[in-house]
Design a protein around this ligand. Structure first.
Ligand code: TXA
Ligand code: MG
Length: 335
């Protein structure tokens, strides 16, 4: 059973004591819940990997409470990084820069670089501040599962592991931060998020995107199974109308995660308007977890518009479907 800590001064004080004693604590952020440890303590950081079952070669993000703390972690970075943090911190942007040699290799997974983020969530920042050290934190799920976006989802994954949890509200954004490599110009987005390539390019002039699956990705996390429900999941990358036609034509029975524009069905979860990727992003991971508890052997997901955060949502949906994606309504149904 987990120790449940309230989002108040007393809860945060207790959480910071656990961290300073080398323990781990789950906490809310504006993106998803994180599983934190003292980012300067190798042994504490290793507990995160053991608890999540996370591969050791997948590096962690260090979370800080003040912009100036970046200079305690980064060895060096290009001048444009200042522009990025002035514009987007605190917020859902993780910046990869060259790491100082004292950053534990458990955090960097042996890379010369380190990812740093300053969250905008008040409880998250109060917690980091109270700890007095950078907090290494991946999403607070068991590896491979959807990231937890509410207290109950964190409990589901981490209560069996007795991990203390700071109880907060459901998260606002619902998918993880944009991860951007800032070791040369232009910066390169390795994981899309709420802050888009256009947002970054507007501030620094240019920005590339490198999110296509490949054998040796720059971001080690990109090569593992991610965001998966327990049930097999199929993604319909077509209009709601074509998805409806396809489901009816092939008589596909299961659980449906749909938009308001889809035909209403029993056994479905409706995320919202097809064009409102913000709302769908906020609720998608939780919907996958709910779908696992519903009757049915398979999950059928409607893809959303790819504008803005929609690209990030599409990337998460693609991974949750393990690339089982239907793009053409005339494609055969082969399982
Ligand atoms: O919103 C978020 O970013 C959440 C909250 C808790 O802050 N955290 C999060 O952490 O999503 P995690 O560990 O689940 O994802 C971090 C991603 C992984 O894909 C990892 O491979 C990549 O960032 N990453 C971290 N450090 C890196 C580095 N030095 N070089 C390349 N990729 C890195
Ligand atoms: Mg994660």
């Amino acid at each position: 059973m987990s120790e449940i800590l309230e989002s108040n001064e007393e809860g945060i004080k207790r959480a910071s004591e656990i961290i300073r004693a080398g323990g781990i604590v789950a906490f809310p952020t504006e993106t998803v819940y994180g599983l934190g440890a003292n980012g300067l303590n190798d042994t504490a950081v290793i507990k995160i990997f053991e608890t999540k079952g996370r591969p050791a070669d997948n590096p962690l993000i260090l979370h800080i409470a003040k912009k100036t703390d970046l200079d305690k972690i980064a060895k060096s970075y290009p001048a444009y990084v200042k522009l990025l943090i002035d514009k987007f911190w605190p917020g859902p942007l993780s910046i990869i820069v060259e790491a100082k040699s004292e950053i534990p290799s458990a955090v960097t997974a042996g890379l010369k670089t380190v990812a740093v983020r300053m969250p905008s969530h008040k409880i998250a920042r109060d917690f980091i501040e109270a700890c007095g050290v950078p907090i290494a934190a991946p999403s607070a799920n068991i590896s491979g599962r959807p990231s937890p976006t509410c207290f109950d989802d964190v409990c589901f994954d981490l209560s069996p592991k007795d991990v203390p949890i700071i109880k907060g509200k459901p998260t606002d954004i619902g998918i993880e931060s944009t991860v951007v490599l800032c070791t040369s110009y232009p910066p390169v987005i390795l994981r899309p998020g709420k802050i888009t390539r256009e947002d970054i390019a507007r501030v620094v002039g240019d920005c590339n995107l490198d999110i296509k699956p490949k054998k040796k990705p720059l971001s080690p996390g990109q090569k593992y199974g991610h965001y998966m429900a327990k049930k097999p999941t199929v993604l319909f990358d077509m209009s709601p109308k074509d998805t409806d036609e396809y489901i009816d034509k092939h008589n596909l029975n299961g659980i449906y995660i749909l938009s308001k524009e889809n035909k209403p069905r029993e056994n479905s979860i409706v995320l919202g308007d097809y064009d409102d990727a913000d709302v769908a992003s906020r609720d998608f991971f939780h919907a996958l977890r709910v779908a696992d508890t519903m009757d049915g052997d398979m999950i059928f997901v409607q893809a959303y518009s790819k504008d803005g955060i929609g690209l990030a949502l599409f990337e998460r949906m693609t991974k949750s479907a393990k690339h089982r994606i239907l793009e053409d309504k005339n494609e055969d149904w082969i399982w």
